[in-house]
Design a protein around this ligand. Sequence first.
Ligand code: TMP
Length: 213
Amino acid sequence: MFITFEGIEGSGKSAMLELCRALLASLGRRTLQTREPGGSPLGVRLRELLLNVENSRIIPEAELFLYLADRAQHVREVIRPALETGLDVLSDRYADSTVVYQGYGRGLDIENLFQLNDLAVQGLWPDLTLVLDLEVETGLQRAIKRNRAQGLTEKEGRFEAEALDFHAKIRAGYRAWTERHPGRIKLVDATGSREEVFARIEPWLRGLMAGCP
Ligand code: TMP
């Protein structure tokens, strides 16, 4: 199974990914946990370029192709081989991030982004995508606190530094994109405790497992 986690900054993707991984492991499934950008050795270097606040002059098209390069390498080198050996892959962000951030956020054409993503991933789309939905103010406060705690303010703050209305566009973009793919993408209310949010996710996960070897 291939499951991706999406949402605005601070929406709790990583925590939900970890709870899903623990549930799958407790049921005897082997998992691979990964993320974008930065899920391959090349991707680690691209992540540094993409999230560094000093690179704020990067134009939307250049940003797009760096994300696609990260993803193409990630799929070919990490995700596909893992799926082929029977692992469940859980990724913190994937192709939908590009449609939402570079499309709904930066204004690039959504249909083009879908086609370019499809090329980068060679047709590999997730079985399930969970979009964690939260007020942007709440998410950003959490993200800034986390970055400070991890000492990331200097290096990885480029997106957190965007204006509030950019993040509002991202949240609205996720909701609009989810409506266009109701089968694969599920919108999850990310308010409340970790346990409460996970309880909303668990039925999707179990439903998917029921249909997977
Ligand atoms: P994160 O790993 O902390 O979630 O941060 C990654 C940032 O990169 C986040 O602000 C969203 C952004 N991003 C894009 O703009 N496009 C993409 O395709 C991906 C994967 C991430």
